[in-house]
Design a protein around this ligand. Structure first.
Ligand SMILES: C[S@@+](CC[C@H](N)C(=O)[O-])C[C@H]1O[C@@H](n2cnc3c(N)ncnc32)[C@H](O)[C@@H]1O
Length: 237
């Protein structure tokens, strides 16, 4: 009996790994998040599907999910815990792995394609690019999760800044990055629903980010690489 913490990628079933597809096809139970629902069709019709998606107002608490996984892991041969993107990138997969480990349940992680790199890529934006950006930082914009984020210091770090869960705080984030020294006209690209048929890319500047109408889920890319989406001449020398 094993609980597999499986990354489902950003949404397009073709961005699932072969291993994830194989485990889904063999699953007895699939415990899934809201953003991972697109690939549920790959599980057998007989597999039980348990939605633990954290929708506002109707969320299943993380402690309850951990407990559910421990109980299933003790009684069901193949449990797939399906999570959007990569399970260990802002996915709370680490907490679930720890709970399973402490309970003596076998578990394995299957990495997935994270929105942190997939969303920019699918908008034609390389997160690193010679002579433009030689590093990238992935950070949460969710106030509860990112209490300690030092945006002013991040502004000084150089490189590309990729913000997940940043839609509602985007204006405040932009203001703090500008206060930290980033130019107000720094290019920004926001990729909504990357890899899905309704993918939308909004290109803007840091100073205007707060005024753009954006819908979650979206990944915010801040830095000169975001200008590449516009076809600007950011050609390596
Ligand atoms: C709770 S985090 C989980 C991240 C996930 N574990 C990963 O590696 O992609 C959810 C955030 O990821 C980003 N995200 C997830 N799927 C996305 C998609 N298809 N398009 C754009 N952003 C996405 C959004 O910023 C969203 O608020």
């Amino acid at each position: 009996m094993t609980v597999y913490l499986v990354g489902a990628g950003p949404g397009d079933p073709e961005l699932l790994t072969l291993k994830a597809a194989r485990l889904l096809a063999a699953a007895d139970v699939v415990v899934h998040d809201r953003l991972a629902a697109n690939v549920l069709c790959l599980a057998p019709p007989t597999a039980e599907r348990i939605d633990v998606g954290k929708t506002p107002g109707a969320s299943v608490r993380q402690a309850e999910i951990n407990q559910l996984l421990v109980e299933l892991g003790a009684s069901v041969p193949t449990v797939v815990r399906l999570k959007g993107g990569d399970p260990f990138v802002f996915g709370r997969g680490g907490e679930e792995a720890l709970a399973l480990q402490e309970a003596g349940i076998d578990w394995e992680v299957v990495p997935g394609v994270s929105a942190a790199v997939a969303a920019p890529a699918l908008a034609g934006i390389p997160v690193t690019h010679r002579c433009v950006a030689d590093s990238f930082t992935v950070v949460t914009g969710h106030r509860a999760e990112g209490q300690g984020t030092n945006w002013e210091a991040l502004a000084q770090a150089g490189g590309t800044i990729v913000v997940l869960m940043g839609v509602s705080e985007r204006g405040a984030i932009a203001a703090r990055l500008i206060a930290g020294g980033l130019a107000p006209d720094t290019p920004v690209a926001v990729v909504e629903r990357a890899s899905m048929c309704v993918q939308r890319v909004v290109t803007t500047s840091l100073v205007a980010l707060g005024d753009e109408p954006i819908e979650a889920p979206a990944t915010i890319v801040i830095g000169n690489v975001a200008g590449l989406h516009l076809g600007k001449a950011l050609v390596a020398k």
